[in-house]
Design a protein around this ligand. Structure first.
Ligand code: XMP
Length: 321
């Protein structure tokens, strides 16, 4: 019969056989997929695995700490952290087009990861790279049914020829809910296991307009409030993803106290979905939306308006870019 225990045992045996006594490297993104993939490989080959976490500075509040502290504490995995926030900000300076943002982030990510991988590889006999590819990723990037690749999903596919690794992809046949069960069975931190999917390019594609450090901190503050209130209402697991989007080039007039304001709107984009291929906008209770709106406009001075996205996918995508 089919149980999580079987899946883990089978995967661990398969990984051991494939990897042998070689070294393995894995890029952690902060998401559940790479975290579970790495934990499986660690269970199979222990310290033959080195994880690399490129902090591109585009994660949400608390997410880098979750990887560097909680995940390492839970797994004992060897982790190399690269703080590349300034480099990504410089590369993104003035860039508005969504696909340009993706290309730049993908390119920088590969360069930074490559440099880190070279250091790890120089220290040992590294032959394998772990990727947390899921079944829907395989399908959506055209590897399955030939579906068009609507947005370029960035991953570590573009390493140079002298730094080629064989891939280890232990999650390739699994859906998200199965990966979460696997993560729980492996003892990963709950906050990580239940974290909503988050795009590789991070908050850069949730700022409509150019990315800057100031805009990132505005969006981070609004996003944290939305997540806190969703969790406090006990609705965290009913929602697939809850992007908060900053319309950084839009301003609207408001009034607060005695004063006129001229601030930015944020968009709440809570969606329900099974696999991100299609989605519906979540019918969150009005009082939860109201608390989020009140708190954001009170606590984030740059934001004076909160709007709700009521578009399903299709025709809207989940992300705004
Ligand atoms: P869309 O916006 O296309 O998103 O409905 C579908 C799912 O993919 C995520 N997404 C991305 N993930 N790199 C990623 O790793 C990307 O460039 C990217 N764009 C969208 C999105 O968050 C949703 O889960």
């Amino acid at each position: 019969t089919w149980t999580m225990g079987n899946i883990i045992d089978d995967q661990v045996a398969a990984i051991r056989e494939k990897v042998g006594d070689k070294e393995v490297i894995c890029g952690l993104s902060g998401g559940v997929d790479s975290a579970v993939a790495a934990a499986l490989v660690h269970k199979a080959v222990g310290d033959q695995l080195t994880c690399v976490f490129v902090d591109h500075g585009l994660l949400r509040a608390g997410e880098a700490e979750q990887v560097e502290q909680d995940y390492v504490a839970a797994t004992g995995i060897k982790l190399k952290v690269v703080d590349a926030a300034d480099r990504f900000l410089a590369a993104l300076d003035g860039v508005v087009d969504p696909e340009d943002k993706r290309k730049i982030i993908g390119r920088e990510f590969i360069r930074v990861f490559e440099a880190a991988a070279r250091e790890v590889a120089a220290a040992g006999d590294v032959e394998f790279l772990v990727q947390g590819t899921l079944y829907p990723d395989v399908v959506e990037s055209g590897g399955g049914t030939g579906t068009a690749n609507i947005k370029s999903h960035h991953n570590v596919g573009g390493l140079p020829d002298d730094l080629k690794f064989s891939l280890v992809e232990p999650l390739r046949t699994l859906f998200k809910d199965e990966v979460r069960q696997l993560g729980l069975s492996l003892g990963l931190p709950e906050a990580m296991v239940w974290r909503h999917p988050f795009p590789g390019p991070g908050l850069a594609i949730r700022i409509i307009g150019a990315v800057s450090a100031d805009r990132l901190s505005v969006l981070r503050a609004a996003d944290l409030i939305a997540r806190e209130e969703l969790t406090a209402a006990g609705l965290d697991r009913d929602v697939w993803q809850f992007p908060v989007v900053l319309l950084a080039d839009v301003r609207s007039v408001g009034v607060q106290g005695d004063g006129r304001t001229y601030g930015h709107p944020v968009v709440l984009r809570p969606v329900s979905s099974e696999d991100a291929m299609t989605a519906d906008w979540s019918r969150l209770p009005y009082d939860v939306i109201a608390r989020i709106s009140t708190r954001i406009t009170n606590e984030v001075p740059e934001v004076n308006r909160v709007v709700l996205d009521v578009t399903s996918k299709p025709p809207g995508t989940i992300e705004w870019e």
